[in-house]
Design a protein around this ligand. Structure first.
Ligand code: AMP
Length: 296
């Protein structure tokens, strides 16, 4: 595996590959876990070459968020990527990505970028869209792999790909969970002791929302959001940010319980702000993720 830190070297190396080479790409902020590695594994299977990036993108963090404390372990990350057969680890610095004079941003608008996660983290999706477009331009992948764990992020990126006619195929893989249901996240490193146990409440809330959904088809969506809210509020260490049911395509709140739908939840547990979601597809099947990790 080659580790590349400059855009120039990445572009030159990418340019040397044969045109017939199909290139896969996985963007990460590092501190890798099984969720990231599942994306890399799938990408390895489906492409001739594989690029993974590690870059903690400052523009997607709000001024009071965890940019400075975000967990990092580059040596371990590089070893894990190498084990997954990644060809290039692209690890740029912020001087590379946002050099002095940088002024151009991709600014997604409307409910998709401004509600739910977008309302709680103003400017977040502007930072995400900007860095992902840059990474696509630099690495020119045929296929890019993202996790359903960040469901709204995936929707924002899919919209950007469409709006800008980007020549990349998005592959979205299910949320990978610990054995007790907690969605894997680099931020889970903030969860110590009781907080780690309390963090299970997000998954339990989604399950409660799903159960209410299945019991009351066609009824008021508030029956299911109420179930989610009550579950989170039953855990004193958790503080709910939002619990919502949305129609994925216009990304508007659902009034009644009907497919397709996204059950979205965000809550803080101790120092960690966590998000999670379940997907109800049009055909009535649920995507609730896959359990992988050992029980902690
Ligand atoms: P991050 O490093 O958190 O920016 O995540 C990098 C990529 O990994 C994104 O596409 C995430 O959606 C994806 N990802 C993060 N956590 C998980 C998970 N638990 N399961 C599946 N994909 C994930």
């Amino acid at each position: 595996m080659r580790v590349i830190t400059t855009i120039q070297e990445m572009v030159d190396t990418r340019g040397e590959w044969p045109v017939s080479h199909e290139v896969g790409f996985v963007a990460t902020m590092g501190y890798l876990h099984e969720g990231h590695l599942t994306l890399a594994r799938q990408a390895r299977r489906e492409n001739d070459a594989l690029i993974a990036s590690i870059y903690v993108n400052p523009t997607q963090f709000g001024p009071h968020e965890d940019l400075n404390t975000y967990p990092r372990d580059l040596r371990r990350d590089l070893r894990l990527l190498e084990e997954e057969g990644v060809d290039i680890a692209f690890v740029p610095t912020s001087q590379e990505i946002y050099p002095v004079g940088f002024v151009t941003y991709v600014d997604p608008t409307g409910p998709l970028a401004e509600q739910a996660e977008g309302a709680s983290r103003p400017g977040h999706f502007r930072g995400v869209a900007t860095v992902v477009l840059k990474l696509f331009e630099i690495t020119r992948p045929h296929r890019a792999y993202f996790g359903q764990k960040d469901g709204q992020q995936v929707a924002v990126i899919a919209r950007m790909v469409k709006d800008f006619n980007l020549p990349v195929q998005l592959r979205v893989l299910p949320t990978v969970r610990e054995a007790d249901g907690l969605a894997m996240s680099s931020r889970n490193a903030y969860l110590l002791g009781e907080d780690r146990i309390a963090a299970r409440v997000l998954y339990r809330a989604l399950q409660a929302g799903r159960a209410a959904f299945e019991k009351n088809p066609g009824e008021r969506a508030s029956l299911a959001t109420r179930a989610m809210i009550d579950t989170v509020q039953s855990e004193p260490r958790a503080h709910l940010d939002y619990a919502e049911i949305r129609d994925p395509r216009p990304f508007l709140a659902r009034e009644t319980l009907a497919a397709p739908a996204l059950l979205l939840i965000a809550a803080s547990v101790g120092p960690a702000r966590l998000i999670d979601n379940f997907v109800l597809h049009e055909d009535g099947t649920w995507d609730t993720g896959i359990m992988k990790g050992p029980l902690q």
